[in-house]
Write a protein that binds this ligand. Structure first.
Ligand code: GTP
Length: 339
């Protein structure tokens, strides 16, 4: 089984963390997000993945130089210019000659969905396209569906698909969870070489044809494209929320002072944490440096935090330096707007 994985977005919401690293290469529980995603696809029977790339292909090629991620064969489809989600799927699928049922996944979704179950549901209804659906409290930020029958789990025909509806106008609380099974006929609906949004242009067309189905599950699911959710995706690996994945809080290569206090946090490779520092509900990404007596809370840190500095609800990118003794509250360094 082949899959197209969309990894060519700009990741603007995670700036400054994504200024030097594409979003799917950011770690979740010490491993690049994309590796966890490819593992999940492999568990569901996927053997070959095409990475649909636009922005910054090099870090992917360097991370997987032999074209393998675990046992899965990787191919790279690099768009000449960003083609948006639909254009990217067509470009990537054509680049490897896909002409049979295939899987598509957004590169920033972390879920315990069984792709094998999604495929079985798709075939059971002879669907043209099947979308994984998940229930959320505030659907207005997502693509929201209306189903033909009662929304009681399993597979059903989608009779309406609205991308980011006005709050209050959502047809249900079931949203596009970013993993799909497509028949090759879907590719014919996407104009070649053009910017096409699969969500805004193609799903409504598939609804019109009666060929779009939704498979709803209550599996763990998170779209890690926003800072709060990226942090949660990491910290969830410390709890028992995940079925398949867990991780150690502190990477073996990290150097953490014995007087530092680490609470519900992930400390990545080669991170240094000084004496009496306090780190709570945070992720220190590989190479971060935290000075003595610094306090970090609910933050994501790649760069340096000086001694006795305080960082709360903030993101510090690879080149960010929080001066000793200063405070950064709900901020981002370097300021993405100024870079
Ligand atoms: P933001 O800039 O923060 O909105 O992130 P994003 O650009 O990644 O956008 P979004 O999360 O909406 O994209 C959903 C998925 O599609 C992600 O996995 C992106 O990597 C991917 N994606 C978005 N646009 C493109 C594109 O033009 N080409 C390719 N290959 N992938 C894309």
């Amino acid at each position: 089984m082949r899959a197209v994985v969309l990894v060519g977005g700009f990741g603007t919401r995670l700036r400054p963390l994504t200024l030097h690293s594409p979003k799917p290469m950011l770690p979740v529980g010490h491993r690049p997000m994309i590796e966890r995603l490819v593992d999940r696809l492999a568990r569901g029977g996927v053997t070959d993945v095409v990475l649909a790339l636009g922005f910054k292909p090099e870090p992917f090629m360097e991370a997987f130089p032999d074209g393998k991620c675990g046992d899965v064969n990787l191919t790279y489809a690099v768009e000449p210019e960003p083609l948006d989600t639909g254009g990217a799927i067509r470009f990537a699928a054509e680049s490897v000659g896909i002409n049979e049922t295939f899987v598509v996944a957004n590169g920033d979704v972390l879920t315990d969905l069984s792709v094998a179950d999604l495929l079985a549901a798709h075939h059971s209804r002879m669907a043209e396209a099947t979308m994984h659906l998940t229930g959320v409290d505030d659907p207005s930020a997502f693509g929201v569906v209306a189903l033909e029958g009662a929304a009681d789990g399993g597979i059903d025909r989608i009779v309406d698909f609205v991308e980011k509806p006005e709050p209050g106008a959502e047809p249900s609380n079931l949203v596009n969870a970013g993993t799909y099974v497509f028949e090759p006929s879907v590719l014919g609906l996407i104009a070649a070489g053009k910017r096409v949004s699969i969500e805004r242009s193609i799903f409504p067309m598939l609804v019109e044809r009666g060929g779009l189905y939704g498979f709803s599950t209550d599996d763990y699911w998170i779209d890690a494209g926003q800072p709060e959710l990226y942090r949660a995706a990491n910290l969830d690996l410390l709890s028992d929320r995940r079925v398949f994945d867990r991780c150690a809080a502190i990477a073996p290569t990290a150097v953490v002072s014995s007087s530092a206090m680490i609470t519900n946090s992930i400390i990545g490779d080669n991170v240094e944490v000084g004496d009496d520092a306090e780190v709570v509900d945070s992720v220190l990404l590989a190479g971060a440096r935290v000075g003595a007596g610094a306090r970090i809370r609910a933050s994501l840190v790649m760069g340096a935090v000086g001694a006795a500095a305080e960082v709360i609800g903030s993101m510090v990118g690879a080149e960010g330096v929080v001066p000793a003794g200063s405070r950064l509250i709900d901020g981002a360094l370097p300021d993405p707007a100024a870079v």
